[in-house]
Design a protein around this ligand. Structure first.
Ligand code: SAM
Length: 163
């Protein structure tokens, strides 16, 4: 919805949005894009709701134009992420807290490797990454925004150059 509103500023860009989840049920729900009154009341501005959703009985259905801009895949974050592509923005909220520390670290390393050099990761606001992975630097803790950095890859590159 935000990208749709910013269309004029994004002229010339090819914008692709991919949603992944381990659970096929979660993917099916996301593709259906029908939300309860409770769901749409959790932070969605009323203007955005009325502009992008149609009321359907007690629920709200996201408009076709927004739904068709997003593609979905059932995918495990612990698997190889390279087949998914390369990303400028990654939103991963409320997922890492369920992982143990080694799994959090491995997931962040994998994510950082499929992100563009100036890409950003949005984690939840109460999900600090400091002390978990040095491949992300907090930009704004209040918004959970982290910029990618890859000291480990830098080391590999310089070793390769030296060798
Ligand atoms: C608490 S929900 C958060 C969903 C959403 N990000 C949000 O903030 O509302 C956690 C989601 O992570 C998914 N998940 C858990 N482990 C995963 C993994 N290894 N790979 C991909 N998705 C996973 C779960 O299926 C679930 O849908």
């Amino acid at each position: 919805m935000i990208l749709h509103e910013a269309e004029a500023d994004l002229r010339g860009w090819q914008v692709e949005v991919l949603g992944i989840d381990l659970s096929q049920a979660a993917i099916t729900t996301a593709m259906r894009a029908v939300y309860s009154q409770f769901d749409v009341q959790r932070g969605l501005p009323i203007r955005t709701l009325l502009k992008n959703f149609q009321k359907e009985d007690d629920n709200w259905r996201l408009s076709e134009v927004i739904r068709t801009r997003v593609s979905f895949k059932a995918w495990n974050l612990l698997d190889d992420l390279f087949p998914l592509g390369r990303f400028d923005v990654v939103l991963c909220r409320n997922v890492l807290p369920y992982f143990d520390m080694p799994t959090k670290f491995a997931t962040l390393q994998k994510l950082s490797r499929v992100m563009a050099d100036d890409a950003v990761l949005y984690a939840g606001v109460e999900e600090p990454l400091a002390g978990v992975s040095s491949n992300f630097q907090a930009m704004d803790d209040n918004l959970g925004i982290h910029i990618v950095q890859r000291p480990d890859l830098g080391k590999i590159k310089s070793l390769a150059a030296a060798g």
